[in-house]
Design a protein around this ligand. Sequence first.
Ligand SMILES: [Zn+2]
Length: 219
Amino acid sequence: MKTNAKAMGLGCCPCCHKVVKMQAETQQCPRCHRSFSVRKINSLSHTFAWTIAALVMLVPANLYPMMIYYTLGQPEASTILEGIATFIQFGMYPVAIVIFIASFVVPLAKIIGLFILMYHAKRASKLTVKQQGQLYHIVEFLGPWSMLDVFVVAIMAAVVNLGFLSSIEAAKGITYFGLMVVFTMLAAESFDARLLWDAQDQKPKTDDSQSQLNEAKSR
Ligand SMILES: [Zn+2]
């Protein structure tokens, strides 16, 4: 049984969302003239490459100093962790918490989430359609949160302006951190979520009906 648009030879334009009968692997949308293919080409390879690149950038981003700050005229270099410790020392706990979440929790969650998604898109996983949907929504939810890093910069500027520290200079680490953010964004952008449904369709049907049966029983 043909269960999805791909199996029926239909493709969706990513720009204007027109559903088109696919004549070739890549073709032009008759409405907005954008070229597209049924699935993003080499989606998993691209996502994997960008995710690995992001993971590599996470190391220098944490090892190199993120900022050089001057207290009483003395320059002091500080990494992300030392920065968090400094804010705790100054008693600025909310700032420390926001920086911790923006610099560690969100990037790590995004990288781990991408790896989990790639694994499930590659293999016909044992997850049900419902669980796959939930997984997809989690990563979708994490997407906009990469903007949190921008808020960290804004908070830093505010802290300096309020005069808690006399001045802050960006150091080497911030370049790597910025690259890491950009790479995770590119990784998420390269990932074609429809591969999850494809992997689901490739599963033996008995599996699916069994899980549906179990779900029905549990209700
Ligand atoms: Zn179009």
